[in-house]
Design a protein around this ligand. Structure first.
Ligand code: HEM
Length: 525
């Protein structure tokens, strides 16, 4: 027999080679499917490992870290029917999420977030062409401070934050939330947040909390037929919640974007990612309306995502900063001593001081490690069957890097629950260790695009706050410092939100208060 009229020798060679390739492939697959799943605690029918986790008295990430002592760095769990792999060490997380990113860069698609209209949100997208477009936009505007000149906006909003603390110190959690959100709104839309009641700030806040809530409706993934029930049927309240979610999601995508376009037409828009994007898009697509509209839709979604992803995360980092100096006041004094020596008391710190403030930088690094704010980062999902260290990882497995376990590994970070900025200084215990920036922002192709922006903001906030204020525990009626409760972090959400503590913010001097007022009088942007 010959193929395509080829001489018989060639035909034989082609057939033999094809058979060998197919056999090898088939054999590999067979061997792979014979491999055991990674070790993990016993899985029970239907509930999997949920009951063990829920009754352990610890958070899910702490429980997984404890299990890691018996089962190792990659443990296999069943979460009510979802196969999940928890990665308890940095080596394993890098091996899978960064080095094998072609198979580990997707996200699970849960039913409720899609029903509630979040299918456009960058962080929920499966890996593919749309995600690449979103990430290209984010890289362009957020990976370097020069494109949006965001350091200037960060610095000026930081002065407004300090002024808020002078005027209403008891609302410090509100100021800590408003700071990153105001900057992002200015960076993304040129929108100036003027009051605590700004409707767009509220919209971002409500949307972020709603999305986190929607992710928790996992029963719909297990019982998808519930979506076809009539709305009057008991237990279908999720339909109403999904409908409200769709309204929020649509408002988030369109309201501020449309307002910004109107301001551009009126000539009142301030420079932002949107004005820059629309300027470039119009110049590049003058003759192609369809391409312009497609690009514009992608862009509007990315813009909304930034405002959704950056507010609660970064404000939690600022709340952790305040909590850390309250619990470990000696770190505040040491930072103040450095700032006084390097910056003096005649001006406020600026980004130019960054290289000369090693202790403040170390303090910011330690903030990101201590009390990590996103203990499981964001879940990934495998797209292919894989084999790792002799174990089989099936396609469709949820993958959760246990960032909490990595940050609290006592073999790497001695006394991990202590807040010790000096561990990062020359001669310190962790100067050569993995830095928190290498895990708290995730890994590989899905790594957080806001990480450089966050590091800048954390530095200027810490330096300016500690230069100008003493932060202390508030006193009770007997003049005794009110203790900080043991539990101030929410251990049930993707983000470990921090509750405010009873504390005081006193300007370090009259001069410090004056400097704040003068700087804040220039305005936020
Ligand atoms: C302290 C603050 C922040 C932390 C700890 C943080 C952490 C993370 C983590 C862990 C992920 C998932 C990465 C992965 O899957 O490997 C992520 C994704 C993301 N972050 Fe952040 N983030 C912060 C602030 C921000 C800010 C300010 C922005 C604004 C630009 C932002 C935008 C995003 C976006 C758009 C994604 C989705 C990326 C994707 O799915 O491809 N984040 N972030």
């Amino acid at each position: 027999m010959s193929i395509f009229g080829l001489p018989p020798l060639y035909t034989t060679l082609i057939c033999a080679t094809t058979s060998i390739v197919l056999l090898t492939f088939w054999n590999r697959r067979r061997q792979k499917s014979k491999l055991p799943l990674p070790p993990g605690p016993k899985r029970f029918p239907f509930v999997g490992n949920l009951i063990q986790a829920a009754t352990s008295g610890l958070s899910m990430w702490q429980t997984a870290s404890e299990w890691g002592k018996t089962y190792g760095d990659a443990i296999y769990l069943d979460i009510v029917g979802f196969p999940a792999l928890v990665l308890n060490s940095q080596d394993v997380a890098v091996d899978l999420l960064a080095k094998r990113s072609s198979d580990y860069s997707s996200r699970p698609r849960f039913v409720m977030p899609v029903l509630a209209g979040w299918e456009w949100a960058t962080a929920t997208l499966p890996y593919g062409a749309k995600l690449k477009k979103h990430r290209a936009i984010l890289q362009k505007y957020f990976l370097s401070p020069d494109v949006l000149n965001y350091t200037d906006v960060q610095q000026r909003n930081c002065y407004m934050f300090l002024q808020g603390l002078l005027d209403n110190p008891e609302k410090y959690d509100k100021h800590a939330h408003r700071l990153p959100v105001s900057i992002l709104m200015m960076n993304v839309y040129g929108h100036e947040v003027e009051t605590d009641d700004d409707p767009f700030v509220r919209l971002g806040e409500e949307s972020g909390r709603a999305l986190i809530d929607h992710i928790s409706y996992i029963f719909l993934d297990l019982l998808p037929w519930m979506q076809s029930l009539p709305e009057w049927f008991p237990g279908t309240n999720f339909m109403k919640i999904a409908r409200e979610g769709r309204v929020l999601s649509s408002r988030l995508r369109h309201e501020l974007y449309t307002l910004t376009k109107k301001k551009i037409r009126d000539g009142t828009a301030k420079e932002s990612m949107t004005t820059k994007f629309l300027g470039d898009a119009a110049a590049n697509n003058t003759s192609n309306l369809a391409s312009y509209e497609a690009e514009e839709e992608e862009f509007a979604d990315v813009a909304a995502m930034v405002y959704l992803a950056g507010g609660d995360t970064t404000s939690t980092a600022i709340m952790n900063l305040i909590l850390a100096v309250l619990k470990f006041p000696e770190t505040m004094y040491r930072a103040q001593e450095e700032i006084d020596r390097v910056v003096g008391s005649d001006r406020l710190p600026t980004f130019e001081d960054r290289d000369n403030l090693p202790y403040v930088n170390a303090l910011c690094t330690e903030i990101l490690r201590w009390e990590v704010l996103g203990p499981f980062a964001l879940p990934r999902c495998t797209t292919q069957d894989d084999e790792y260290r002799g174990y089989r990882i099936p396609a469709g497995t949820l993958v959760l890097p246990n960032v909490w376990a990595i940050a609290n590994n006592p073999d790497v970070y001695p006394d991990p629950s202590a807040f010790q900025p000096e561990r990062w200084l020359p001669g310190g215990a962790n100067v050569e260790s993995i830095r928190p920036m290498d895990y708290i922002f995730g890994y590989g192709r899905r790594i957080c695009p806001g990480r450089v922006w966050v590091e800048h903001l954390l530095f200027i906030t810490a330096a300016s706050l500690l230069a100008t204020f003493n932060i202390d525990r508030a006193l009770d009626v007997n003049g005794e410092p009110i203790p900080i409760p043991n539990v101030v972090h929410d251990e049930t959400s993707f983000i470990r939100f921090v509750s405010p503590s009873a504390c005081t913010f006193k300007p370090r001097s009259e001069k410090a208060a004056r400097l704040i007022r003068e700087a804040a009088s220039i305005g936020p942007a």
